[in-house]
Design a binder for this molecule. Sequence first.
Ligand code: KG4
Ligand code: ZN
Length: 331
Amino acid sequence: MIVLAIESSCDETSVAILKDQKEVLSHIVFSQIDIHTIYGGVVPEIASRNHVKHVTRLIEEAISKANINVSEIDLVAVTQGPGLIGSLLVGINAATAFAYANNIKIIGVNHLIGHIYAAGIENEMKFPLMALLVSGGHTELIYMKKDFDFEIIGTTLDDAVGEAYDKVARTLGLSYPGGPVIDKLAKLGKDTYDLPRVLLDKDEFNFSFSGLKSAVINKVHNLNQKGLEVNVNDMATSFQNSVMDVLLEKSLNAIKKYDVKQFILAGGVAANSELRRRVNEEIKGIEVLIPSFKYCTDNAAMIASAAFVQESINGVNENYIIKGFSTKQNI
Ligand code: KG4
Ligand code: ZN
C-alpha cells in the first residue's frame, strides 16, 4: 500500500510518501523556523500563510521524488489535530482537494499518535510498550497494550517539556526554538545552579515543569538585580539536568510498574542528545526505540506510518476514541 501523508500542524510543512510503512519513497520537510525565529516563537497567521505558499509545491515534489504515478497512491493521510487551527486547515484542505481530485481515500491522523508511530518506520513496535512523548505541546507517558490502544498514565499538569525549553531559552536571551540551543550549550556548562527536580507524587506519573521554569526566571532576575552575570552555559546544563532527571525517573518507575517489552521515545524533544544518551544508558532489560532525528520533530513520514496501522484496524477511522486519544478530536 502506498500512502501520501501531509503534516502542517505547526511551523513545518511536510509531505511524505511511504510504501508499506517502512519504505520511505520520499520525505520532504519545509521548516519555517527561520521565518519565526525573529519573533521569538511561532506566529500562527504567518505559519498558515507559509503553509499555503508551499504545500502544493511540496506535494508535487514528493510525488516526483518518489518516482510514482498519482494513480499508484492508495491512501491520503493528513494531520487533523492537535495543532494550530489555521495551519491544520491548510494541510487538511490540500489533502482533501488532492484526494478528491484523484479519487483516493483520505483519513485524518492524530498528530500525537503520529509521533509515537514514528518508531514504526525504522523498527518493529512490540507490545506491550511504554512511550514517552515529549514535544512542544505535550509531555505524556503512554502505555500501549496493542496497536492503537493508548492509556495515558501520566501527563504534564502545566508546561510541556518543549515549552519549558523554549521559555527558558527566551529568558536567557537565546533564539527560538530553545531546545536545540540549550542542548548545545548544556554540553559546555556545569550543573551549578541547584534547580529543583519536581517529582510530585512518587507513585504517580504526572509531570510539572512550570516550577522549574520559574526557578530559572527567578535566579536570572535575582542575578540581574545584583548586577551579576548569568552563566548561560551553566544555566543550560542545570536546567537540562533537572528536566532529564525527572523524565528518566518517571520513565523508569513506569517501566517497573507496567511489564513492557519496549520503551519508545517520541516527539520533538526526543531529538535532545542528552535525553537520547540517558535513555539508551539507563533503560535496561527492555528494547529501546528512538527514531532518527528527522522522525522526531514534526514530519509527515510519522503521519504516514500511523496511517498504515490506523487503516489496517477495522473501524478505526470513525469515532475512534480511547482514553484521551481520538483521531477526530483536539484541533
Ligand atoms: O514535536 P515538535 O517538533 O512539535 C510539537 O508537536 O510541539 O516539538 C517541538 C519542540 C520545541 O519545543 C523544541 O524546542 C523541542 O521540541 N526540541 C528540543 C530539541 N529539538 C527540538 N528540545 C530539546 N532538545 C532538542 N535537541
Ligand atoms: Zn509534534
